[in-house]
Design a protein around this ligand. Sequence first.
Ligand code: SUG
Length: 452
Amino acid sequence: MNVAKPQAAKRMGTYEVNFDGLIGPTHNYAGLSRGNLASTSHKGHTSNPKQAALQGLAKMKLLAELGVKQAILPPQVRPDIQFLRRLGFMGTDAQVIEKCAADAPQLLATAYSASSMWTANAATVSPSFDTNDRRVHITPANLISQLHRSLEAKSTHSVLRKVFANEKHFALHEPLPAAMHLSDEGAANHTRLCATHGEPGIELFTFGRVAGRTEAAPATKFPARQSREACESIARLHGLGARQAIFVQQSPEAINAGVFHNDVIAVGNGNVLLCHDQAWVDMPGQLATISTAFERLTDQPLVVIEVKTSQVSLDDAVRSYLFNSQIVTLPDGSMAIICPIEAMEYDSTRQFLDALLTMNTPIRSRHVVDLRQSMNNGGGPACVRLRVALTEKELNAVNPRALWTPARHDWLVAHIERTYRDELSPEDLADPAFIEESRAAAAALVGMLEDE
Ligand code: SUG
């Protein structure tokens, strides 16, 4: 492991803003995501949307109070009745729901999914320091590998349009064409490494599949969600320099163990890369490529913290979500790791986390968060946030209504306490009365970004 001095928190007026997805009122466990072991093992359980949303808000408050810039993206309105109508369910909204519940309950759960909460999958973002026109480039993910997630792309695009409307600073692209060849899962498979957030960085794109070439990426038991062609298209769209875009392949062993996104097995921040030794195909070769590219661009060594299988097995990595921790740079220039409570419950990951703080890396502090409601669907701390590095000017051009404030936090807590259920079972989705209830709860939140 290399050792380096903690990086400066920011160059004058540069921030990394974490846009967390507010968890919606229809959060439920439907086992929709094959290859995501938490999702399939909680299928049919009763969820608690109120607790889920409050857990998400508590994490945002913690980060904001640590001095990290925090923002909030509203949930999408569900059920997506229009989706069900396109599949031939007719009549009034209530009739659509009743017919679908009777004929195809899995499609009903699909229309009700609150999956837009995992904003790491909302888009891929390249900061202006990396792009050839010096604008922030944003491509919403098409998420076509899972039916319920594919419903998000259009609304995500319009939400991001409301947040990043200023075309002088932001280039918002359309999602890639909706075809398996170009299946894209957003920032969950994208890691940016840089000396400080205000300087050019290298952008690491991880794919599980090369479209149409099984010999180039062997078949996996579970879906390999991201294609190489999608990664390359985004790097082109964003105008990244050849020295900056690096493409790495997920190891089939990891996918087969339940690593459906790369952020379940690796996380980076600034000059630190924390990863498991089975994250990518040809780990020694990939780490050498990444470290060399980083050093060439930044003139400093990358701090690689590679966790060995002998320390933490792939199964423990997936169960604990250790690598789905957030690593954030604090105002004093040191880094903090924000880990899920589950990572403290397995011996191997707790021991690693204890040792990490003694290792002389930029990571100096640890905070443990309880996101169990989201975790039971495979979404940890890093899944519920989309990172956007911005200059002061760019931050000023962001829709201010998206930014976290103590008053907005209090309003959201009160709204959720008042309107969200604390129990939601799969059978509840069949109740036509739940349509209006969930629409009303979400509508006020979606309106959050609008002018009064
Ligand atoms: O796409 N779970 C999400 C979890 C996404 C986690 N995000 C990141 N790793 N960045 C998914 O598999 C479960 C829904 C259900 O089963 O009801 C779900 O969609």
